[in-house]
Design a protein around this ligand. Sequence first.
Ligand code: NFS
Ligand code: SF4
Length: 647
Amino acid sequence: MDPKRLSCDPAAQAMLALMAEAGIETAWDRLEAQEPQCGFGQLGLCCRICNMGPCRVDPFGDGPQRGVCGADADTIIARNFARMVAAGAAAHSDHGRGVAHAFLAMARGEAPDYGIKDRAKLLALAKELDIQIDGQDDKAIAQELGELLLAEFGKPHGTQRMAERAPETRKAVWKNLGILPRAIDQEIVETLHRTTMGVDQDYKSILRHASRCALGDGWGGSMIGTELQDVMFGTPRPRKGEINLGVLKEDEVNLVVHGHEPLLSEMVAAAAADPALVAEARKAGAAGINVAGICCTANELMMRHGIPMAGNFLSQELAVATGAVDLMCVDIQCIMQGLADLVEHYHTKLITTSEKARMQGVEHVPMDEARALEVARTIVRKAIEAYGRRRHEVHIPREKGEAVVGFSHETINYMLGGRFRASYRPLNDNIINGRIRGVAGVVGCTNPKVRHDAGHTGLVRELIRRDILVVTTGCSQIACGKQGLLTPEAAAEAGPGLREVCEAVGIPPVLAVGSCVDNSRILVACAEMVREGGLGDDIADLPVAGACLEHITEKAISIGQYFVASGLLVVFAEQLFPVWSESQVARYLFDEIAEELGGRWAVEDDPVKAAELMAAHIEAKRDALGINQTHERKLYSMEDRQRLAVE
Ligand code: NFS
Ligand code: SF4
């Protein structure tokens, strides 16, 4: 396997070559060993929901067309799809619930190492949720807020409070369809119930409920996670940091934090900066302690502290193979089990920290919010000890670049609107006058079935070239960062209109919004753009689209579905989309769903064609808004001007 074909990241290529030479296995090798993968499974046509199965439906019509229970292809595909949404929503929302628990413990004084970093946001949230703030101290307000938001996960009555943020027109769409999300857990449980054998057998009904479940994620569990993390750890502001494997340091203790929850990584970052521990590291012969992030934890840490990012999902094994990682501590989600075997080849200490995510044969240091900093100190000490055991030659690729991250919706508001009147007016105006054609959210994972990072960055480059402002999260954000797209200088690659705006404001053409739960920030930004006026009265009217061409996880399916159910076009890679293209389910998701919800799915493997699809959607929305005829803006070159003068 040629490393250049596996990844477009030179640091990853170097590590892949090195690992191949040493005969050390990666996810790419394991993928090769799995091939050919099951074609039924790839198309969503395999059902193992009950024990009369597993059943499969033959897409060519020769074999069986029904499962033992009589389920047809569409029921099977829809059930599988809905279950992916439920699992994704569960992952995001259980993370959100963990944050809400810690938040409440903080407010009650039971988690002394956590606090309130963004008081303004605390008060704004409390006000938004009708919590009395006059005469109450911050901790009391936080306690009420924590109780209220924690109850959102399991309340017996009513619909999601955070979803009230959506524009009125959008809420009416959901209400008419009967999919306003209720308690988050309820939507997930009901998805599992409906999709067991012999329950919901109408693919549209199953998929409508999948929308409801996904909305409970985006406008519920994820949004609660994001908001409370901001109050506790600070709302992100633009911050510069270094990115790629070159951030590992040969002469320092390298502690890599991998996973998703800032509850752990915030504490590890604080402990690593403790002068007493730095002194211990020096005594062990290291020049200092270097903390670096992988996956969404990397996004969380850089946008709040400027802590460097080592890489995204597919970089986790490559980082260990540098021989420079002394300790990797993980919490939840996107942690490859392959790491446990891999670290056996090196001195690297692997540590799990979440009760929900253990690994066989791996030391477990349980995170405890009541004594969080102490746990983090223990982890840092273990990293220092491991440094003393380094026996390998260290191979750190030289590649590292700079990235500016931390464009929370509040920041975009502020950067574009200015100090005195933070607002989305300038963004809307620039969309209306056509300098910016629209906005694209490019999000999600890195999958070894696709050339690493190439799907994201290829698409992003095509979009900004077409004057489409990009917002990015998750592993896509890290892919963009590694290729320099998260710097103001990247505006040079943008079309003339977008470049002009970026240069005037000093922002990159690709705005790093955060982790995957922070896709909820994109929903809030869309709602604000509608509220600001001039771009229609629903999210579905906005010239906005979303995409992920390298998706892996069920979380990505949930995100895609809540973007669609919020009214947007969402493009995924065809080769990775788990729906048989000839099915009625495909017809519904790619087309008919738009009549119900305004948004729809589309599939495309080629980044250039995906960009064309998104641009066409954006232009169609602009046409419908009537902003293409009246405000079409031509950029005149000097030659054009002279010609005009002569005529
Ligand atoms: Ni999102 Fe973050 Fe990455 Fe995909 Fe995994 S890290 S939550 S799921 S792989 S983007
Ligand atoms: Fe087969 Fe029906 Fe059972 Fe699925 S639910 S495994 S299609 S019998």
